[in-house]
Structures are given as structure tokens and as C-alpha cells.
Design a binder for this molecule. Structure first.
Ligand code: GCW
Length: 683
């Protein structure tokens, strides 16, 4: 149920008189999100207040609203057609809604059906939090694309998933029982996610077999009543792969006519089964994957292979900017830098992508690290649609075994002002399309939910999924407000519980950063495969291009233009200058941009090495306090969830000490510089 528990609130019966007794849902088709909204309202009001409502589907007869208190839920258009125009409703855009709880009839009126359902969930969220005040307002999305990506494989495993098997796939096909998929769609609709890419970006061509497309259509069928569309990831060389029921070509060259018609056929076959199909997500020429560069074609020519056939259907291509060739990265070259790749590839192509292509950019230039500057690419392709790719799953951030509330990190990136043309250019305003006046743009969150009851593998990690949806709708919201709404909906209205979970969650990112890799050095984890646990020695000499350049005296990536990889110069001038100079680079990104001696003194007055020691101790110390904090909630939330989370907090407390000791000892050995506080290396 996640946050859609609709737990009874204290004093529920007291509200009965002021609650509506009827629901009028202005659509009687069971596959309509308006119908779903009607069901959801009945279910919520019954569960939260113990009050049953009659639900009437379709227009109320004779063009009159019922004479008793009711919730009227439908599209604004359906409402006007039946009952006349409303004058007080401001302009709504796609997915927007109007919610008024004033007067005898609660009005929940969407710009479209999906927006109507969002409004119903908004009203229920208020009620479930004990808020029965009178409100009347319109809500509109900041950005049109609010998708999750699921890295689910056809065999049912999930890449970087920490919550069990896939809810979509097993044994090379689509699972028979899609109950969980429908429940997921319900959760997603409540946070206004409008599409899900159901398979891994490291895609498997066999998804395109006619039989599997039939299965995909079944997924779309269970999503549709929630207003959630389905999309898929494509494997670029599919035409030359063995796909049951399809011709196999000897080429996948994007300029080859047989390849073009191969993809044209696939696209036609999909839309025949799924008329509201969302579109494709493409990972090409990345980490050894095939792509247009295999044939010396540009990435734009590769994207066009998909955008052209999608155009007549209104589908879109999310083309990932995560393009780099790890085989060519050589650490002995001081100027080699994987962080440069995205801008190097995409900036020259700006303006060459079709209107229905969106460049999907990871928030940082490397890979979901605990601290990265915002990717400069957001500012560098003003003639292209862009979306930001965030991870909800905690690949590098403790894999759901450590508490980590992502939203403050996301917010910092979204609120970064990249100063394109020396003008305010916040990442959030670029991806919404506002800054560069683009029609498309938005958010992709790598979620990776699984069959585990908790969806993500731990109860507290669900705040991340919730916050993702909330910020994608409106990135200006406060991350504490979002967290507290989630906590009330998920656990209780008890303020002591809310305060405790708030404190733990808000301290979780700084704590993890402190014990896993501070000063912008990145998550010092095992980079070779697991991305879990400390492994600072793997951070150099690897072919992935995630380096720290640590030796006996110094550490950090020199990304300056004057003496390093030149990466800092990929930003617009004002930001480039800030990062070029140690004096103006914030301490928390120092080693991201500069190579310095361990004895270099930070703005805080402490040396780099001493700060390593101090922060690793501080971070691990904070993780210990999470156990005490969680213990204080015993009896205030149900035992089952309390026990489950306690196990994780105890584990994290121990593992944070493993992190602390591994990292501090590693750099102590390497540098030979003692800890002023005498902790490191003294047992
Ligand atoms: O860093 C890598 C992850 C891979 C992932 C890749 C990507 C899906 O470790 O698991 O592959 O990023 O984003 O494509």
C-alpha cells in the first residue's frame, strides 16, 4: 500500500456529518481514470473515516447535481457539458486539476482524465492527513514528462534493484499475474507519474517479439485506468538480433532502409496493440553497447531512427546522454575524463534532434554519486528537449540497507543556477522546458521496485519514490514538507514520530556522504562491480573512468581548463570560472575539480586529510544515533515495520563504522599523515 494506507484517523466519526455521502464520477467506463477516481474516493473515505459513500458513475440525470452532499469528480469538460461552465476555475494544462471543498459539492475537475484522478488523490491525501479545511485551488504540473524507468530484465532479475524479482517479467516473457503492476500504477498515479519504461536500459531485443508485445499490451491495460502509460527501452542492434517472429537483418545501421522499415514495423505493431504507448528509451554507445557510432553515424541519426516512426503516433524518444566509451579511457593521460563525454558528444548535435526527442541526462556528469555538480549538459544544448535522470533506487547510496533520503540532493541539483548566457538558468527550469522555451522535458526516476512487500526493499526508502513524484510535479516544494506528508500517510499523524523520521531522513545524506566519500571525492565504493561497501583502492586503475588520482601526497581530479581535463570549461562562463579556481570552488566539490595535497587547507581551516578523518568519524557517529532515534518509536508505529527498520538501522550503524575505518585507514596508510585526534590506526 505504500503511502496509500488510508489508515483511520483519530476522531474519524466526528467528521461524518461534514463529509460527502455520495460520489458522482462523471464517466462510466471502467477503464477511465475518472472511474478509478470514483472507486478510490469511495475506498478512501470508507477506510479513513468508516463512512460509506454511494458512487454514481456517469452524469447525474437531468443536468442537475444531486441534492445531497457529494464529491463531483470528472474532467472539467464533462462537468461543463452536464452542469454548465464554472467561472472560478483558472487555466489548467495537461494533467492539471481543480479542487474545491467549499460548499455542498466537493469539486475535483481535471483538465483530462488523468488530471482528474490526480485531484482525487490530492483530496484523499488531505483527508488521510486529517486536513478537512476548506480549500479551492488549481494545480498544474511543472513539466510534461514524469516517468519512472525500471531496469527489469526479461528473466525477472532487476539491475540495481534491491527488492526482489520483477513485477513485470519472468522467464523471458511478461508475467501472467499483473496484480502488482496494477498496484504499482495506483501508487504512481497518486504521485502523478504519467509513464513507466518497464524494461532495463540494457535492453533485450526479444521484448519485441509479437508474443511479448501482446504481454506488453496487457501491462498497458492494467496501467490505463490509472492514467499511466507504458514505454520500453530498446536494444540498438535489435534488427540484427534473434527476435522470435521477426526478420533478422545483417545490419543495424540507422541509415539503412531495411533497418528503418524494421523499426517502422515494430512501432506499428506496438501502436496496434497499445494506442496510447508513451515511447522509447534508448541507451546507445554506452558501456560497450551498440549504437549509431558503430556505423560512424551520429547520435542524432540514431535517435531519428526511432523519432520518425513515432511521430505519427505522438510517441517520444528519451535518448540517454549517458554515452561514453570506457575502453578508450586511460588514467595515465592527465586530461582523460569520462565526465567530459556527454557534452563532447551532444553539444555539437544540438538542434539536430527531432522535436519528439528528449535528451535524458543523469543529474551529474559521472554516475549517481553521493556528490556531483549538476551536469553542464543541461545548459549546453538549448535547442534540444532535456530531462533529468535521477535514481530512486540507492545503487551507490547504500542499496536500501542504509537510510538515505535523496530529495535534498535532487533539490540541490534542481536549484543549481547554471547561468547560461549570464542569466538565471536553474536546472529545474531547463528540464521543465521554460528556460529555453522547449515543448517537452521533465523527469525520469530509476525506481526498480520489485516483488518485496515494501516495494523498494525497505520501508523508509519509499519516501524517495514519493518525493520523486512530488518534485517532478513541482520542484519548488520543500523537501521536509514532502517528507512529512509521506510520513503522515505512511505511518501516523503523531508529531513525535514525524519529527524523528524527519531528523533521521534529513541527516541521512550528509551522514552517508561523510562516511562514504566527502569533499567531492565521490562514493568510495567498489567501482568494479557491486557499488556497495568501501573499496577506495578500486577507485584508481579501473577502466570505468571513475578516478580519484590518489597517491602518497595528493588526491583529486584536476578538471580545470588551465591544468586539467578541461571539464570545468564545459559550464557557462560564470560557473566555469567558479569551478576553475580553488578559492571559489565549494569545499564539498573540491576534489571533484582539483588535485591537491593532503595537507591543503580547506575554507574551514582544516586540512584535506584531517577533514577526511573528522568527517568519516562524524558520519559514522550520526549513523549510530539513528538506532537510538528509531528505538524511540517503539510502540508508536506497528511492530512489524518498526522491527524491520530497526534491523536496517542496526546494520547501518555497524556498516558505517566499517566504512569509516576502511576509508580513514586507507588514506592514513597512503599519506602517512597521522590523525590529530589520534583515532585512526590506533587500536
Ligand atoms: O553506472 C551504471 C550502472 C549500471 C547501469 C548504467 C546505466 C543500467 O552501474 O548498472 O546500467 O549505469 O545507467 O546505464
Amino acid at each position: 500500500a505504500g503511502w496509500l494506507r488510508y489508515a483511520p484517523i483519530p476522531g474519524a466519526a466526528h467528521h461524518h456529518g461534514s463529509l460527502p455521502s455520495h460520489v458522482v464520477a462523471l464517466n462510466d467506463s471502467t477503464i477511465s481514470p475518472v472511474y478509478t477516481a470514483g472507486q478510490e474516493l469511495e475506498r478512501g473515505i470508507r477506510s479513513i473515516f468508516g463512512k460509506s459513500c454511494n458512487v454514481h458513475y456517469g452524469h447525474f440525470p437531468h443536468g442537475h447535481l444531486p441534492g445531497f452532499s457529494s464529491v463531483v469528480v470528472g474532467t472539467l469538460e464533462a462537468y461543463s457539458d452536464a452542469y454548465g461552465d464554472l467561472t472560478d476555475v483558472p487555466e489548467l494544462i495537461e494533467g492539471g486539476f481543480w479542487l474545491s471543498t467549499k460548499g455542498q459539492h466537493v469539486q475535483i475537475l481535471g483538465q483530462n482524465e488523468r488530471g482528474t484522478l490526480y485531484g482525487a488523490f490530492e483530496y484523499l491525501s488531505m483527508l488521510a492527513q486529517g486536513n478537512t479545511t476548506e480549500v479551492a485551488y488549481a494545480a498544474n504540473p511543472d513539466a510534461p514528462i514524469r516517468w519512472t524507468n525500471e531496469w527489469d530484465n526479461m528473466d525477472g532479475s532487476i539491475e540495481r534493484g534491491f527488492a526482489g524479482e520483477s513485477i513485470f517479467f519472468a522467464d523471458g516473457g511478461i508475467v501472467g499475474n499483473l496484480t502488482r503492476a496494477a498496484e504499482y500504477a495506483r501508487l504512481l498515479a497518486s504521485i502523478r507519474i504519467n509513464a513507466v519504461v518497464v524494461n532495463n536500459v540494457n535492453a533485450n531485443a526479444t521484448l519485441l517479439s509479437p508474443q511479448n508485445l501482446d504481454g506488453l499490451a496487457r501491462i498497458a491495460d492494467v496501467f490505463r485506468p490509472y492514467g499511466v502509460q507504458v514505454g520500453i527501452s530498446l536494444y540498438f542492434s535489435s534488427p540484427a538480433s534473434a527476435v522470435p517472429g521477426r526478420a533478422s537483418l545483417t545490419t543495424f545501421d540507422p541509415l539503412d532502409d531495411t533497418v528503418k522499415s524494421w523499426w517502422g514495423n515494430v512501432t506499428r505493431d506496438i501502436y496496434q496493440r497499445i494506442p496510447d504507448f508513451a515511447g522509447y528509451l534508448v541507451k546507445a554507445n554506452s558501456e560497450g553497447q551498440p549504437g549509431p557510432l558503430t556505423y560512424n553515424r551520429t547520435l542524432a541519426e540514431g535517435a531519428a531512427l526511432f523519432s520518425k516512426p513515432l511521430q505519427p503516433y505522438g510517441g517520444i524518444v528519451m535518448f540517454r546522454a549517458f554515452v561514453y566509451d570506457y575502453q578508450t579511457l586511460n588514467e595515465s593521460d592527465w586530461t582523460a575524463d569520462r565526465a567530459n563525454a556527454a557534452v563532447d558528444y551532444f553539444r555539437p548535435l544540438d538542434g539536430e534532434f527531432d522535436n519528439n526527442v528528449v535528451i535524458q541526462i543523469k543529474y551529474g556528469p559521472i554516475d549517481f554519486q553521493v556528490r556531483e555538480p549538476a551536469s553542464p549538459l543541461f545548459a549546453d544544448i538549448p535547442n534540444s528537449n532535456t530531462a533529468i535522470e535521477l535514481q530512486i533506487t540507492q545503487e551507490y547510496l547504500g542499496q536500501q540497507c542504509h537510510l538515505l533520503y535523496w530529495a535534498p540532493l535532487w533539490k540541490e541539483i534542481l536549484d543549481t543556477d547554471l547561468r547560461a548566457d549570464n542569466k538565471a538558468s536553474y536546472v529545474k527550469d531547463i528540464v521543465s522546458g521554460q528556460r529555453f522555451n522547449k515543448p517537452l522535458g521533465g523527469y525520469a526516476g530509476v525506481s526498480n521496485v520489485g516483488m518485496n512487500d515494501t516495494w523498494l526493499g525497505s520501508h523508509l526508502s519509499m519516501s524517495n519514490l514519493y518525493a520523486f513524484g512530488r518534485l517532478a510535479w513541482n520542484p519548488s516544494q520543500d523537501v521536509v514538507d514532502i517528507l512529512q506528508d509521506w510520513t503522515r500517510l505512511t505511518f501516523t499523524l503523531d508529531t513525535s514520530v514525524i519529527d524523528t523520521i524527519t531528523q533521521m531522513s534529513m541527516e541521512s545524506w550528509p551522514a552517508y556522504e561523510n562516511y562514504s566519500g566527502n569533499l567531492g571525492i565521490q562514493t568510495l565504493t567498489d567501482i568494479l562491480y557491486t557499488h556497495y561497501g568501501p573499496n577506495p583502492q578500486s577507485q584508481d586503475g579501473n577502466s570505468w573512468g571513475q578516478w580519484t588520482r590518489a597517491d602518497g601526497f595528493s588526491i583529486g581530479m584536476d578538471r580545470t581548463v588551465s591544468n586539467g581535463t578541461g571539464f570545468a570549461g564545459q559550464y557557462p562562463d560564470e560557473v566555469a570560472q567558479m569551478y576553475e579556481d580553488i578559492a571559489t570552488t565549494p569545499d564539498n566539490l573540491l576534489l571533484w575539480f582539483h588535485h591537491v595535497n593532503y595537507t591543503h587547507v580547506l575554507k574551514s581551516g582544516v586540512s584535506v586529510i584531517q577533514d577526511f578523518y573528522d568527517q568519516h568519524y562524524a558520519g559514522a557517529q550520526t549513523a549510530q544515533t539513528f538506532v537510538t532515534a528509531w528505538n524511540s518509536l517503539k510502540g508508536k508505529i506497528d511492530d512489524e515495520r518498526w522491527t524491520d527498520q530497526l534491523f536496517r538501522q542496526v546494520y547501518q550503524a555497524g556498516h558505517s563504522i566499517v566504512w569509516r575505518d576502511a576509508i580513514t585507514n586507507f588514506y592514513h596508510n597512503l599519506s602517512g599523515i597521522p590523525d590529530e585526534a589520534g583515532r585512526v590506526g590506533n587500536y
